[in-house]
Design a protein around this ligand. Structure first.
Ligand code: NAP
Length: 486
């Protein structure tokens, strides 16, 4: 049994040293993690293939993305501007005199991270949560995901080796290997943990969020959970491209057997001859799609149960893929339902993780917009429409902006670019905090807070706040003085 308390206490001690490293040392550390991961690519990919049944090119791509992510964060740390310096200069002529105020972002402390089974690299041990926390100056205690234990241990070993080689505080990174819910519960409950980054199912994320809510000291809890990523196809687009659309959406929906959090699981349109032709085309493609081994037995079982539950709620099973069935296997499935039924039973629009596709048909535009307004929070929402369509459906766009972290126009939601502008997040239940993203450089701000230093002499200020720092933003505003202490 691991001594979780000792591991977290050591990480907290490491925090005092790690947060004060020079930014170039942290950047070198992140780059070295990426480089060592790349050097071990063959072994890591082979191990992940065995454990997750994901295809080699998919895993190679994911590893490369993870490596690029470390470079991306390293570059940002080296540049230093992420600390968002704001300086309000003093004015001694004002009555009362205005103080010199200098604000910057600082790390929160030790971060607990939970990775997902479907991303053994990019959302796991050295994935986005871990790297953004380390970039901010926060040590990480990572909870192993039982979906890929050997892959995780190998990545953790690489990280430990890099830490030793660079002479960094040993406890800057640690992994908890317990494969039980109690380990996770202890991690989120520990008083020295100052934030949580979670990627996984709604059930897991919400259970841990509720556990964290019982802490004496509240902490930010960033859970990135599931989503059905609704796709709205508007009438003229359907008329012009129904076959092309069916192909594009089928490929996106069946990629890695639908085991992506951005999988377009629900497709919505209005009843028409074009819509029927789209569905017929999609059904033909589903029937040609192959079943395959899912990530794990429990994931395959949950998928089958999820499809059964949709049928119990009235969805029609109109098409099935082909190939092996049974333990571990996931079979592509196409289901249809009326918009009215989905309005009466919102459970129909909950994520069924796997290669299923639910098609929702509305009687008219008003009903389609009603379904949109009734949607829960999503990671993504997609609209396929022509310019003419968009003139008639401004209200739909307006509603979907309220619902999702990322909106896609005439494209597919799978494939998440790691860039500064990316938002991988969204309103609950897609996440537990819609004000953040788990992908892209701004993910760092989940693990920082602002601090203001007032009237400090230059030599006592952190480097970023000193007078000759070229990155400072000076706001020589008058300010407004208040007598109250607020
Ligand atoms: P999961 O079953 O929720 O597991 C994630 C982690 O949560 C594991 O470490 C698991 O630990 C822990 N956990 C689960 N239930 C728990 C509970 N009741 N109490 C304490 N800990 C608990 O998710 P997964 O199967 O790994 O991943 C698939 C899901 O992740 C899908 O829903 C997918 O959409 C979502 N996902 C989301 C994103 C995103 O960015 N939003 C990305 C990828 C995947 P143990 O099992 O060891 O206890």
């Amino acid at each position: 049994m691991e001594n979780i308390n000792a591991i977290i206490t050591q990480a907290h001690e490491a925090y005092r040293l790690y947060k004060n490293l020079h930014k170039n040392e942290i950047a070198d550390f992140l780059e070295a993690i990426g480089q060592s991961g790349k050097e071990a690519e063959n072994d890591l990919v082979e191990t992940a293939m065995e454990e997750t049944h994901l295809a080699k090119p998919r895993l190679q791509g994911e590893l490369q993305r993870t490596v690029n992510q470390t470079k991306f964060f390293a570059e940002m740390v080296r540049n230093g501007s992420w600390v968002n310096v704001i300086i309000d200069t003093a004015d001694n002529n004002r009555q009362p005199p205005k103080p010199d105020l200098r604000q910057m972002q600082i790390p929160l402390g030790v971060v607990g991270v939970f990775g997902a089974s479907n991303f053994p690299f990019a959302y796991s041990v050295a994935g986005g949560d871990t790297i953004s926390a380390l970039a901010a100056g926060c040590p990480v205690v990572y909870k192993l995901n039982p979906g890929h234990p050997e892959t995780s241990k190998k990545v953790a070993e690489i990280m430990t080796k890099v830490i030793t080689t660079l002479g960094l505080p040993t406890a800057t990174f640690a992994m908890l290997e317990g494969q039980d819910y109690e380990t996770g519960a202890q991690l989120v409950s520990h008083p020295l943990i100052k934030a949580i980054g979670f990627t996984g199912s709604f059930k897991g994320g919400k259970a841990l969020y509720d556990t964290a809510a019982k802490r004496n000291e509240p902490i930010p809890f960033y859970a990135e959970m599931g989503s059905v990523n609704p796709v709205f196809i508007l009438p003229q687009m359907l008329n012009q491209k129904s076959a092309e659309l069916a192909e594009a959406l089928l490929i996106s929906n069946q990629a890695s057997l639908g085991q992506f959090c951005t999988n377009p699981g629900v497709i919505l349109s209005e009843l028409s001859a074009d819509q029927k032709s789209f569905e017929d085309h999609f059904r033909t493609l589903i029937q040609k799609s192959s079943s395959g081994k899912m990530l794990a037995n429990n994931i395959a079982q949950n998928y089958t149960k999820g499809i059964e539950a949709l049928k119990q709620l009235g969805a029609n099973d109109v098409g099935q893929g082909m190939g092996d069935e049974g333990e571990l296997f996931g079979m592509p499935e196409m289901l249809t339902i009326s918009a009215d039924a989905s309005l009466k039973n919102p459970e129909l629009l909950h994520e069924v993780f796997g290669p299923g596709s639910l098609h929702v048909a509305a009687q008219n535009k008003e009903e389609l917009i009603k379904v949109a307004a009734n949607l829960e929070g999503q990671l993504t929402a997609t609209i396929w429409g022509t310019d003419e369509d968009m003139k008639d459906y401004k209200e739909l766009l307006d509603i979907l902006i309220e619902k999702a972290g990322r909106l896609i126009f005439n494209g597919v939601p799978t494939g998440v670019e790691v860039t500064p502008a990316m938002v991988h997040g969204g309103p609950f239940p897609a996440t537990t905090d819609s004000r953040s993203t788990s992908v892209g450089t701004t993910a760092i701000y989940r693990f920082t807070r602002p601090v203001c230093l007032q009237n400090f002499p230059d030599h006592l200020l952190p480097e970023a706040l000193q007078h000759d720092n070229p990155l400072k933003i000076i706001r020589s505003v008058n300010g407004s003085y208040t007598d109250s202490n607020g």
